[in-house]
Unconditional design. Structure first.
Ligand SMILES: Nc1nc2c(ncn2[C@@H]2O[C@H](COP(=O)(O)OP(=O)(O)OP(=O)(O)O)[C@@H](O)[C@H]2O)c(=O)[nH]1
Ligand SMILES: [Mg+2]
Length: 650
């Protein structure tokens, strides 16, 4: 039913499964044929687990009633033959709703009571505390039960204004909130703060996750959405409706939450069916729609081609009734094709990159080592068949000299290694939890216990400033380590003629970017006169808590990335040293044996030959893994040709 989207996502899943297989095959190869640290195997295992959990988050953002939920129903849930998620005139979706599939739990809908806003925990933190949520089991086989469970997403409650104000949801002086008023003393507020739906739909099973959001005011009251959930989505769909055009609040959402994010975002002009006037010719209608697309594009400052015109409602109706004509007219297929063509490949790219980063250098290493083992075996075979004692002696002297020189460089390298690890520890010290705690504590002190708006803003600015400084320091230090490593790697290349190895690169730009985004959000928040009014103190405090959580996450991620990098930087070269040494010893051993007893040449020849066949078999396995890896990641591996060795001597 879902055309490009369905096959696109199933392709994504297929690729992901194959990547998991490649990583697993490599891990098993290492377990069987190589001596590796358990920690390394664990890392590969973690990688497969993360790949399996990898999700593509698609967020729907718009002012209320633009048809976000209707579009989600049409795109993903038409198989229910009715409207699954509540969509209605006026404000309907009352809380941000995440829809995904977690195979480790039974289908459920989990709702976070609005009263949790009294607490200082972020939603992210609360997600790890199931007791705080109301959980309902979903009976996916019963459409009516499903629909009635989903109705919870639209639930509201009537409370006294004082309570709503204490929850940070009500402000007497804000004319935008007038719609909430029920009577003199009471207002209507959402019953839930956040919803999570675990639902086994094929697209969700393939790793797609959806975030449905309520309109502007509801989003503004939950700073975490603007700071974290929306910026972290991989793609954003921004909806407008033909009957309202681009209003002031549409524009505000576009600017504040959509346009500035680096993730892919698309503008969708919904409800084109409202322009389907029976008294006009199809050409006239097409012209009207085109005019509206053009004016929308001009107002948002994007190319006309970037605005997709659809009717979510007619698309849903068409899918339920199997009406192909109407489906075509609804324009939804173009949207599905676009999602399949653009969003999925970019998500796939992120996934590929994580595999390439972790596996690429190691795989190459393993493969080259196997080739070298084969070459070494071939050399001993030649020595054996050469039957010339003099040559054997010369070869032994050469190997001994090689070995000595190598040991010398290894000693030098160990010194470098110590320096690198020392500097590494210093670098990590700048990024540790305690340091972060101290920065947060200082920013709390700047707030001076008064929790006034001015104090909070002072604290936030200090926090961001201090974090940026720590960050810059870490970057500088990592640059120094990089230089040190480059020199060490180069020396190995110069002195031993080993193929040059590229040391892994520490790339923190992504986090720097996240930090810059937080700086901008904070600056914008601090500069907004609305937030300086005393009545908004609650919002400022919530924003501050959200900021601290995000800042901590960025810091933790940087630390983790840096730690991994420090561990990985020396791996390739250490592996080479070990391999080279083992090879030298092996050669030496073979030659001594030959020398000691030339009469056993026949026997030795057979033994070496058997060894070669074994190595060749291992090599074939690793070559198959390399081939699949290259195919999936597009990373070309150098062609190393040792296949003929065995064939030639067999
Ligand atoms: N005519 C027409 N109506 C639509 C279309 N899409 C949605 N609607 C109607 O518009 C109203 C609002 O749609 P929703 O899906 O609830 O909008 P929303 O953006 O999710 O709104 P909130 O949940 O309040 O943020 C509903 O009555 C829908 O049936 C469309 O393509 N054409
Ligand atoms: Mg909705």
């Amino acid at each position: 039913m879902n055309y490009g989207l369905e096959s696109g996502i199933s392709r994504f899943r297929n690729r992901r499964d194959r990547l998991v297989k490649v990583v697993t095959a490599y891990k098993e190869w290492l377990e069987r044929y190589a001596e590796v640290e358990p920690e390394q195997l664990l890392r590969l295992y973690d990688l497969t687990e993360n790949l399996k959990k990898d999700r593509l988050l698609l967020a729907f953002v718009a002012e209320f009633s633009r048809g976000k939920t209707e579009l989600i129903n049409a795109l993903f849930f038409s198989d229910f033959k009715q409207r699954l998620l509540p969509s209605d005139a006026g404000r309907t979706t009352m809380c941000p709703t995440e829809i995904f599939y977690d195979p480790e739990a039974e289908p459920y809908i989990r709702l976070l009571p609005i009263e949790t806003r009294f607490r200082d925990d972020s939603i992210n933190t609360l997600k790890r505390m199931p007791v705080e949520w109301n959980t309902l089991k979903l009976d996916v086989a019963d459409p009516n039960a499903m629909v009635s469970a989903m109705r919870k997403l639209a639930e509201t409650k009537i409370v006294f204004k004082v309570e709503a104000r204490a929850l940070g949801l009500w402000d007497e002086n804000d004319p935008n909130l007038a719609y909430m008023v029920k009577d003199q003393d009471r207002v209507e507020i959402p019953a839930w703060r956040y919803a999570m739906i675990n639902y086994p739909h094929p697209l969700l099973e393939s790793g797609l996750a959806i975030l449905d959001t309520p309109g502007l005011n509801a989003m503004g009251a939950e700073p975490e959405l603007t700071l974290s959930a929306i910026p972290n989505a991989h793609a954003l769909l921004f909806l407008l409706a033909t009957d309202t055009g681009v209003t002031q609040s549409d524009f505000e959402i576009w600017n504040k939450m959509v346009a500035k994010h680096t993730s892919q975002h698309y503008a969708v002009l919904n409800k084109i069916d409202m322009l389907w006037d029976d008294l006009k010719s199809p050409e006239e209608i097409a012209r009207t729609i085109q005019r509206q697309i053009e004016s929308t594009a001009a107002q948002l400052g994007i190319p006309t081609g970037a605005v997709l015109a659809i009717s979510a409602q007619k698309a849903l109706v068409a899918k339920i009734r199997g009406d192909q004509e109407l489906l075509k007219r609804s324009g939804i297929q173009a949207l599905e094709v676009m999602l399949a063509r653009e969003i999925i490949p970019s998500r796939e790219k992120i996934m590929r990159e994580s595999v390439v980063k972790e596996l690429g250098p190691r795989l190459n290493e393993t493969r080259e080592a196997a080739h070298k083992r084969l070459a070494a075996a071939r050399q001993s075979l030649q020595a054996l068949t050469g039957k010339n004692q003099q040559i054997v002696l010369q070869m032994r002297d050469k190997v001994m000299a090689d070995k000595q020189k190598y040991e010398e460089t290894t000693r030098n390298f160990n010194v470098t290694r110590k320096v690198v690890s020392q500097q590494g520890w210093e670098l990590l010290a700048h990024l540790d939890e305690e340091r972060m705690d101290k920065i947060i504590e200082e920013s709390m002190m700047a707030i001076n216990d008064s929790w006034t708006t001015a104090g909070l803003i002072r604290g936030m600015q200090l926090l961001i400033r201090r974090m940026s400084a720590e960050f810059d320091h870490a970057l500088q230090q990592s640059a120094a380590i990089k230089q040190l490593l480059n020199a060490a790697y180069q020396r190995f290349h110069d002195e031993h003629g080993l193929e040059s190895v590229d040391p892994p690169v520490l790339d923190l730009t992504r986090y720097r970017g996240r930090l810059d985004e937080l700086v901008i959000s904070t600056q914008e928040f601090c500069a907004d006169p609305m937030n300086i009014m005393l009545e908004k103190r609650f919002m400022v405090k919530k924003f501050y808590i959200g900021l601290v959580t995000q800042a901590r996450i960025v810091f933790q991620q940087v630390r983790m990335e840096t730690e991994t990098w420090l561990r990985l930087t020396l791996d390739p070269i250490v592996a080479r040293i070990q391999e080279h040494k083992a090879q030298l010893e092996h050669r030496l051993e073979n030659i001594s044996k030959v020398h000691a007893n030339l009469s056993s040449i026949q026997e030795r020849t057979q033994a070496v030959h058997r060894e070669m066949v074994q190595i060749k078999a291992q090599l074939d396995e690793i070559e198959a893994i390399v081939k699949e890896f290259s195919l999936l990641t597009g990373v070309a591996m150098r062609s190393l040709d040792a296949g003929q060795t065995v064939a030639a001597t067999a």
